[in-house]
Design a protein around this ligand. Structure first.
Ligand SMILES: [Zn+2]
Length: 224
């Protein structure tokens, strides 16, 4: 009996650690309430050399997005980070190193990752950052503790493009448009030409269907 319970708990723990939508260790926002035809486009892992093309497209279609930035990338591409801010998009924290070992980091090391990136973000935005998205969507008790200490609002998604996993643009595009609904949060990555091609088609679709993209900060205010 106890073995079954223990295995059940371990199974749930592993599951909770790898699926942010379960809100097992943390309560994350994965969609928002709105009476408007709004969705939130979000881009993780930048800024990169691909980000300017994302910004060009967003400007052409007059959409606002949120960029969950890696601290190291902010240091590598400060001018692009400035441009994200100047064009009215939101920048938020996606850790300093985006290490795939993050699941094993202690609370103090995680807090350092968060603070290091927040300092970089504040230099660009002039404001304290309150938003965080966990790399790989992984949460565990250490991450939860560090997030509570930082008083972050954790942002998930409910429309996962799988743009870093799936090869075919068409498949990624169809995955997104089949799920798009008002109040949805779309997870994309400003790390490849493939995503830029998908984004261009998605923006045409959004314009036709009269969807507009808003920043996460704006989503939160729409929710209230
Ligand atoms: Zn990431």
């Amino acid at each position: 009996m106890y073995v079954v319970l223990l295995l059940g708990f371990l199974g749930m723990t592993a599951w909770g650690a790898f699926d942010i939508r379960l809100n097992y260790f943390l309560s994350a926002i994965s969609s928002f309430k709105t009476n408007e035809n709004s969705i939130a486009l979000t881009f993780d892992d930048g800024p990169t050399a691909f980000t300017p093309q994302v910004l060009d497209l967003l400007a052409r279609y007059q959409m606002k997005a949120t960029f969950f930035c890696i601290g190291k990338q902010l240091e590598s591409y400060p001018e692009i980070a400035q441009r994200i801010q100047a064009e009215g998009h939101q920048l938020a924290n996606h850790t300093y190193s985006h290490s795939n070992q993050m699941g094993f980091f202690g609370t103090q090391k995680l807090i350092e990752e968060f603070e290091q990136t927040d300092i970089l973000l504040e230099k660009i935005t002039g404001k304290k950052n309150n938003f965080f998205r966990p790399p790989f969507g992984v949460t565990n008790p250490h991450i939860a503790q560090a997030v509570r200490k930082m008083k972050y609002q954790v942002i998930g998604w409910n429309i996962r493009s799988l743009d870093t996993v799936i090869e075919e643009e068409e498949v990624i595009y169809q995955r997104i448009v089949s799920k798009v609904n008002k109040g949805g949060i779309v997870l994309l990555h400003d790390t490849s030409l493939k995503t830029i091609a998908v984004l261009e088609r998605l923006l045409v679709f959004m314009k036709e269907k009269k969807y507009k993209s808003v920043t996460i900060a704006e989503c939160i205010s729409l929710k209230k």
